[in-house]
Design a protein around this ligand. Sequence first.
Ligand code: FMN
Length: 204
Amino acid sequence: MNQRTVVVVSAGLSQPSSTRLLADQLAAAVVEAGAGQGLQIETKFIELRDLAHDIANNLLTGFPPAALKEATDAVAAADALIAVTPIFTASYSGLFKSFVDVLEKDTLADKPVLIAATAGTARHSLALEHALRPLFAYLHAVVLPTAVFAATDDFGADSADGTLRSRITRASEELARELERRDPVTVLDPFALTTNFEDLLKTI
Ligand SMILES: Cc1cc2nc3c(=O)[nH]c(=O)nc-3n(C[C@H](O)[C@H](O)[C@H](O)COP(=O)(O)O)c2cc1C
């Protein structure tokens, strides 16, 4: 089976977090949609709450602490990203934006990204379109057509069959199709020897 890795970034601050709940539902749906496309999708979760101090330190010093470096490397090596933020003050949260700010240049170039958000009110659902989509477009990511928004009320008892569920399914299928028609990402080792040792000796 074709293997792919999807990194799921969740920027919720509460515990338990509705943002993480949405991230979990999206990840499960993507695994299922991938299986339908003949893909075995591994998901890796990055909880930005756990990296908040590291992100601030990276912004101040220019260097990522080990745990943050591991997270940003995972994003770079991923075949796709699911990015889920709570809506704070009608936009993505500051922590979410700060994580994007510490990613190396071109990390997200040509990478499929499924954008999603949670919020207290449905009135701010368009923040996905006026804040998240332009952010990732600027970074040259391939932002999927369907964005997934969940207000607090969407997590009610009948949400499993409702609009939220159908948007999760639709977005997940878009992501699975995008993954299916792409080759897996390969990460080059910057320290790998590109010529063999004998050839190197001949040049001395
Ligand atoms: C500082 C702050 C600002 C917020 N601003 C908005 C907002 O502008 N619009 C909105 O609908 N909800 C807003 N909310 C509500 C959160 O988006 C919502 O509770 C979210 O689902 C929390 O995610 P979490 O449970 O993963 O922490 C805000 C919450 C906080 C703490």
